[in-house]
Design a protein around this ligand. Structure first.
Ligand code: OSB
Ligand code: MG
Length: 413
């Protein structure tokens, strides 16, 4: 009985049982604890961890279907291990709107659970973090800040560029921009012109009911052949399928997260009705949700945000799963400072990050970024990758100190 139901469900998604077995095999493999490479092992004693909140105003407000942000409250983590420092940034927002996590949930989760799980431990690899954090359910953005800081520390200890430690190969990465909802369509057209002139290779615009077909129409009548996509941040429901079908006329690279933030099933239903590729963002919280989405054909593209999925280890699993199934991925952004941005750049060097990411220059967000050099994008819309150990960018401690409004250091006893 159970078996028959499974077969019927797979048929309704036009996925053979054979394909589904392949997905299961990959999932099983990626869920196994990775064997540590015998070479170049380090032994990092976690001596202390510092948390801070810094405040940084954005150069221009950023508006999505769930609201407008003028200034960011950013949570930074520093791991101290035997003379080496690793920095991490949590992508939690100021409000629990993009995700249920926000800065005021991440802070106590870190100080009361995640940091105590690490202090005093001797780690051979940052890849051990997920198992040390496993008892804490969800809280991916809090976990990622800490795990990623450890990857950075590990790269510095091994004197390796972080992108190599992650297994990347690209020597430059293609960049796109995400442009928020503006006060007027004219203002949006001006912004797109600025970004195209700067060289960006893909324009993504935020959409919501009332700011969608009208703006896409204006953009396409001005630029018929630019690579264009849109992101709804869950602004629609399945009742609006006739409306969403009209997006097909604009030859979009993708429509990102049209439906509910926690949904995969109804996206699969919607994808069958649209010619435009659906890309999932909010719904993909780990490798299992990615496998579910691939298996049910709920999307043809996946946006990987290392913070949303709990850290580099999980992001790498999603990359590998998608690669094996010919689903291209790209690196999303969360209005990060240079610390999170540098980590996004390193991740984007992996082979299946084949579409331009929302990884753009520091100056699009900040008057002064907290790293040096700042992230720069060439006139061809590319970021060059260098061979410096660690991220290739230095944190500016004086500027970080100046911007800090709250700070707490926990030490191993
Ligand atoms: O959905 O990708 C999103 C920013 C905040 C929350 C959600 C999203 C975004 C962006 C910004 O699109 C991307 C960037 O950092 O430029
Ligand atoms: Mg998105």
């Amino acid at each position: 009985m159970v078996v028959r139901r499974r077969v019927v469900r797979f048929q309704s998604f036009r996925i053979s049982r054979f394909q589904s077995k392949a997905v299961e095999a990959i999932l099983r493999k990626t869920l196994e604890t990775p064997k540590l490479a015998a070479l170049n092992l380090v032994n990092m004693k976690i001596e202390a961890i510092t948390l801070r909140e810094i405040h940084m105003p954005l150069v221009h407000f950023f508006e999505t279907s769930f609201g407008r942000t003028y200034s960011r409250r950013i949570l930074l983590v520093t791991v101290h291990s035997e003379g080496v420092e690793g920095w991490g940034e949590s992508v939690v927002g100021e409000n629990p709107y993009y995700s249920s996590e926000w800065i005021e949930s991440a802070w106590p989760t870190l100080t009361q659970y995640l940091i105590p799980a690490l202090l005093g431990q001797r780690l051979e690899s940052a890849r051990q973090c997920p198992s040390l954090f496993a008892k804490v359910r969800s809280h991916q953005m809090a976990k990622a800040a800490l795990e990623n800081a450890l990857w950075e520390a590990e790269a510095v200890q091994k004197q390796l560029p972080l992108w190599k430690l992650l297994g990347g190969s690209r020597r430059q990465i293609p960049c796109g921009v995400s442009i928020g909802i503006q006060d007027s369509p004219e203002q949006l057209i001006d912004k797109i012109q600025t970004e195209l002139s700067a060289g960006y290779r893909r324009i993504k615009v935020k959409v919501k009911p009332g700011w969608d077909l009208n703006v896409l129409e204006r953009i396409r009548s001005r630029w018929s052949d630019i690579t264009l996509s849109c992101d709804a941040n869950s602004a629609y429901t399945l009742d609006q399928v006739e409306h969403l079908r009209k997006f097909d006329q604009f030859n979009l690279l993708m429509i990102e997260q049209p439906l509910w933030n926690d949904d995969i099933y109804y996206h699969a239903r919607l994808q069958k009705e649209l010619r435009t590729a659906i890309c999932l963002d909010e719904s993909i919280v780990g490798v299992r949700s990615a496998a579910f989405a691939v298996e049910t054909a709920a999307c043809r593209i996946i946006n990987v945000k290392v913070g949303r999925v709990g850290g580099f280890s999980e992001a790498l699993k999603i990359h590998d799963l998608c690669h094996a199934h010919h689903i291209p991925v790209w690196c999303g952004g969360m209005l990060e400072t240079g610390i999170g941005r540098a980590h996004n750049i390193a991740l984007s060097t992996l082979e299946n990050f084949s579409l331009p990411g929302d990884v753009s220059a520091s100056k699009r967000y900040w008057k002064a970024d907290i790293i040096e050099p700042e992230v720069e994008v060439s006139g061809m819309g590319m970021i060059a990758i260098n061979d410096t150990p660690g991220t290739g960018y230095r944190v500016r401690p004086d500027l970080v100190e100046e911007l800090t409004v709250r700070k707490e250091t926990l030490r191993a006893r």
